[in-house]
Design a protein around this ligand. Structure first.
Ligand code: ZN
Ligand code: ZN
Length: 152
């Protein structure tokens, strides 16, 4: 099994492309709009830049939700759709409240391991300190295991 290297960039390439397309589309549409109307000059400059920037940023945020949910082992398709279709960014806000903790990466095989697990489910190597008696994760400073009472 090839080790899975933790990805540095969270937003997938498609997210950047989508944000670029959204920005350009909004920029040209708004440019046409302000040119065809007798808008005062600050509006002509601010509107075609500010609004496309906000829309592009929002698209990047959806891309972040997609990439971040994927690296946390969550249902990223569902979360991406929620981020897109729930109005006013509610899907994105919900995601940041409900997201799972980041996976720990196994030192031997590189597979993602849930933070509460003591052993890698792929190769069995210990990734966190565990109780000698019941093999569950223990925390530094414990004198007894909170799961089985074994003296540590
Ligand atoms: Zn492993
Ligand atoms: Zn124990």
């Amino acid at each position: 099994m090839t080790p899975i290297v933790p990805r540095q960039r969270v937003i997938p390439f498609g997210g950047w492309v989508a944000a670029g397309i959204v920005f350009l589309l909004a920029f040209f549409l708004l440019l046409l709009l302000v040119m065809s109307h007798e808008a005062p000059w600050p509006v002509r400059f601010i509107v075609p830049i500010l609004i496309p920037l906000m829309l592009g940023g929002y698209t990047l945020l959806i891309g972040y939700v997609n990439g971040d949910a994927r690296r946390r082992g969550m249902r990223y398709v569902m979360w991406t759709l929620l981020a897109i279709f729930l109005a006013n960014g509610i899907g994105i806000i919900l995601y940041f409240i409900l997201r799972d903790p980041l996976l720990v990466h196994c030192t031997r095989c590189g597979a993602g391991v849930q933070p509460g697990h003591a052993f890698c489910p792929h190769c069995g190597v210990g990734v966190q300190p565990a109780c000698q008696g019941c093999h569950r994760t223990i925390q530094p400073g414990w004198t007894h295991c909170a799961w089985c009472g074994n003296q540590l």
